[in-house]
Design a protein around this ligand. Structure first.
Ligand code: F6P
Length: 546
């Protein structure tokens, strides 16, 4: 299909004109005053997730041009091509079919394959759970996932997120760094006869993962561990290499599952062990519901579409270089790290699908921390710093809690109050970002800690907030397997929308190769000291580090 480059479309020109005429100076306070129905018209419902986009920097004209851009870039056709298994990952001749992993049996492409592995994996997970915490050798107490990037970040994010649903007699550990202290820290806490190691690697060649897997195997044998075959399993597309490693139980997946989209595949095994098959299926069902929304909802109501288009508007026209995600839920503390890979590895590209160098910016920097912690760290900059950084609030109406007998009635009430505090904090931050504080307002205040020496006008200037800082608010009724699945899929599709507009390949990651190759060259040099042919800085540093 012949698709114009985004910057060659009529809509792109219209957006540039609109930016010059109005878009540069959009002020949220004016937009709200002029359009009393703004909240209503810009609050959209996707499965499990309500998104309030009213505090975003856009107006009716912006959105009209963005929809035109989506049409001209043939987003619907590209989305459908992905669903139908076209080789959208052109630099690797691969499809991107993570949606097939969460489709009900008989529905998606490769359904038999997918459900065969899923069934085996869930049966295995339930069997581990059935004997969890027991005294017999082979009864599992600890699960150690050894993997990195997409073979780590998903399970590492989901298990704490769904803490209330996890098996109480199992502990989960995640080892990723080639720095041996990562694994050693975990090994100090576990016993070989009660530990299950999951070696998670799509390729089964990744330096960090294979090195840590060998170290774990050595430790297991050194500790007198018996039946290594029962304590090491693999999740990979490379069953042959897992075999060579000596692993007998392998759950496979396929090259059409990208690493950062692989949570739904066998890479989700630790999640399945933590949650059990029923909740794991609910996670998949939530993601599938979001897939259906993305593939079927009309553009005007299509939440991932709008969010992806907003990202394009912010990046290419408003010039925002980063986006902060602040989940107001301690359990979602690993979500920003997960999204970082999703957004930046997918869309941090400099050429289009045809290899033409881009003249426009692509992925923004994604970063964040849970609220309220972030408020006491970097929110200062969001409120008064020189850059405008759109902020994304994720609020959970009701936090599920484990019925574990440690919470008395009084404590339960106190926890309810704390939860209201959490929500009030999130609401207040969004409000403060938008409204700010004028010089006049600041002049009227006499904060007790303010300098008595500085003139009041100077003091007031320090305490003025420009306001008009944009944010989005996403609301989940509760943090459940289903709602989390939907939320993650929403973020996945959003990334695909902006990537498709930019005309890039969101499914490859050639940018990580160069450093890997150079590391392979430097590793023996660190041992031998041979610095011949190296640049002066690297050669000098080799000398220093030896
Ligand atoms: O860092 C590059 C990368 O290929 C990621 O895309 C991937 O998620 C990670 O490494 C791990 O790869 P593997 O699962 O093959 O070990």
């Amino acid at each position: 299909m012949l698709i114009p480059r985004c910057d060659e479309t009529v809509a792109w020109g219209a957006l540039a004109g609109h930016y010059e005429a109005h878009g540069r100076d959009l002020d949220l306070r004016t937009l709200f005053a002029e359009h009393p129905d703004r909240v209503c018209s810009l609050t959209l419902q996707a499965p499990e997730v309500t998104v309030d986009m009213s505090r975003a920097h856009w107006d009716v004209a912006t959105r009209r041009h963005l929809l035109d851009l989506a049409r001209e870039c043939r987003l619907a056709e590209r989305r459908d091509a992905m669903l139908q298994g076209a080789l959208v990952n052109r630099t690797e001749d691969r499809a991107a079919l993570h949606t097939a992993l969460r489709a009900p049996r008989g529905k998606g492409i490769h359904s038999e394959l997918v459900h065969d592995v899923l069934g085996r994996m869930l049966a295995f997970a339930d069997a581990v759970r059935a004997r969890a915490g027991g005294d017999q050798p082979g009864d599992i107490h600890d699960v150690v996932n050894i993997g990195i990037g997409g073979s780590d970040l998903g399970p590492q994010m989901v298990i704490p997120a769904l803490d209330a649903f996890t098996h109480t007699k199992l502990r989960f550990h995640f080892v990723s760094n080639v720095d041996g202290s990562d694994l050693c820290e975990v090994l100090r806490k576990v016993k070989p006869q009660h530990t299950l190691f999951v070696v998670a690697s799509k390729t089964f060649t990744t330096q960090e993962t294979m090195t840590n897997a060998r170290l774990a195997r050595q430790w297991f044998l050194d500790q007198g561990g018996q039946h290594i075959e029962r304590h090491f399993v693999a999740t990979t597309t490379n069953v042959a290499l897992a075999d060579q490693f000596g692993i007998q139980t392998t759950f496979g997946f396929w090259d059409w599952v990208g690493g950062r989209f692989s949570l739904w595949s066998a890479i989700g095994l630790p999640v399945a062990v933590a949650l059990g098959s029923e909740h794991f299926r609910a996670l998949l069902a939530g993601a599938h519901a979001m897939d259906e929304h993305f593939f079927q909802a009309p553009p005007e109501q299509n939440v991932p579409l709008w969010l992806g288009l907003l990202d394009v508007w912010y990046r290419n026209f408003k010039g925002y270089t980063s986006r902060c995600v602040a989940p107001y839920a301690h359990n979602l503390r690993r979500l920003p790290a997960y999204l970082q890979q999703l957004v930046m590895e997918s869309n941090g590209k400099g050429v289009d699908q045809d290899g033409r160098v881009l003249s426009y910016a692509t992925a923004e920097v994604l970063w964040g921390e849970p609220g309220t912690n972030g408020q006491h760290a970097f929110f200062q900059m969001l409120h008064q710093g020189s850059d405008v950084i759109p902020l994304e609030f994720i609020l959970v109406k009701k936090l599920p809690r484990r019925e574990d007998g440690h919470v008395s009635q009084t404590m339960a009430e106190m926890l309810e109050t704390q939860h209201r505090m959490l929500l009030a904090n999130g609401l207040a931050q969004a409000q403060a970002l938008m409204w700010g504080k004028t010089m006049e307002q600041a002049l009227q205040e006499r904060p007790p800690t303010a300098s008595k020496e500085l003139p009041p006008e100077v003091m007031a200037r320090h305490r003025t907030f420009s306001g008009n800082r944009p944010s989005l608010t996403m609301v989940l009724e509760a943090l459940t397997p289903r709602s989390l699945g939907a939320l993650i899929a929403l973020y996945e599709h959003r990334v695909l929308v902006s990537g498709a507009v930019w005309g890039i390949n969101s499914f490859d990651q050639w940018g990580v190769e160069l450093g890997k190759a150079m590391c392979n060259d430097l590793l023996p040099r660190l041992e031998s000291g041979d610095a011949s042919g190296l640049d002066a800085a690297t050669a000098a540093m080799i000398g220093r580090l030896r």
